[in-house]
Design a protein around this ligand. Sequence first.
Ligand SMILES: [Zn+2]
Length: 254
Amino acid sequence: MSGTHRLWRAVARAREAFAAPAGAGLRVLGYHSVGPAIPGDPYGLSTSAAVFARQMALIASGRFGAPVSLGGARLDGGAEIAVTFDDGYLDTLTTAAPILAGLSLPFSVCVTPGLLDAGRPHLSWPELKELARVPGCEIGAHGLTHARLDSADDARLSRELSESRRRLEEALGRPVTVMTWPHGAASARTADAARAAGFVRAGCSLYGSNGPDRNPLLLKRTEIVGFDDERDFAGKASGTWDWFALRQGDPAKK
Ligand SMILES: [Zn+2]
């Protein structure tokens, strides 16, 4: 457990007493790996399978709103919650997907073709197709090479967006219209480029929930990490960690 996580947890718990009722709107949760801790990882990118299973059971209970995929969300202000994965780790298929399918929960997996090309610990292309066949699974893009796109020039930005989409659609034989921003790096300019490239929904890394007025190409997303205990998780899913956005800055204003 990192010292910073302990500090942030203390702030979130201090705010629990003052928290507004569970925020309406679409709450998007962001995961990376589900399984054993990654050696030397200071960010808690991997959530253990047992903890993830408990978290998903809480979501399936409906306590945080209707479970939806990124593409399937109504975004009409009603309480909804989406589970998303970035990068395309192999354990999304082998560990997370069976838990989600067992609870009939929809989920969205946003993958980077360049990382799939590179091999382990990421999915191979045949494994991605297998994942896409799991009931409730939506596949989205996560850049072509995992570069930060807010600092890419217009030509590079356009290529990263269009090529990621084209390669995934070609491999899967179905439309790919959602994505998440690599490193959470996005801005009003990248959102316009994503819309031009054919995406309709995209998640960034800003904590918070999304109402009907939120730019759908810059959806707020709350990251779940391996350090989160059950109270941290419930707080993140219901908004007591949203103060964290103050540290981040809204990409919609960049
Ligand atoms: Zn990523």
